[in-house]
Design a binder for this molecule. Sequence first.
Ligand code: FES
Length: 243
Amino acid sequence: MGKRLVCRVVEIPENGLKECELEGGLKLVVANSGGEFFGFQAICPHQEVPLCEGLFDGSVLTCHMHLWQWDVRTGAPLGIAEAPLQRYPVTVEGDSLYLGGDDSALGMGELFNGLDQSILEKLAALARRESHEAGAVLYRPGDQAEDFFVLESGRVEFLIGRGERTAPGGFMLKKGEVFGWAALLDGYPARIASARCLEESALLRINGKAALRVLEGDPAAGLTVMRRLAALIARYLASSGAK
Ligand code: FES
């Protein structure tokens, strides 16, 4: 998809925020940090609270509900925040802002968004694009965890356990969501859940060890991805524990 209009530059006051709805329904919050613009997810990653209602001092965004904070330049969590913000690169052209650049599933995804384009290109070169029919099983408990997946479209369900003794493990339905992340962890060679497509789904399949080698070549990017992965696993464990 090409670039998409976000809003006009004058609509965002200096050191202010604005929620924008793009063609296609995607909602972003854009922050004006001293004349530089940063786009990120519209809803707080903690609970369903619009981030445009938060406080912004020109560099740090604070959700007013429970005071999670983020650096708007990087989306990195600060203070008590437990998850990063998903970033959407916006660019100024003339008097308007556009969402452009890399809007691939990899570039938009929760693990990799905002990484240097050269890293994204190396990861993209490792990816195999797959399409699966509704009902297709991607893996089962005990299968080798060699690859992880990035959702491009569709919906994937997870079940923990085997046979009659299975429990729901959640869904993936947003473009860019990553699953099968055991492939990115040392010491977890086998799947502990099954993954099944609930509808026709398009995925990127990436070998975990090859991706780690790419990230080892850029330690800053590698640290960012590992922090995000840790937050993703913590969220997963918290939601599993709540069931
Ligand atoms: S809803 Fe935003 S910090 Fe809790």
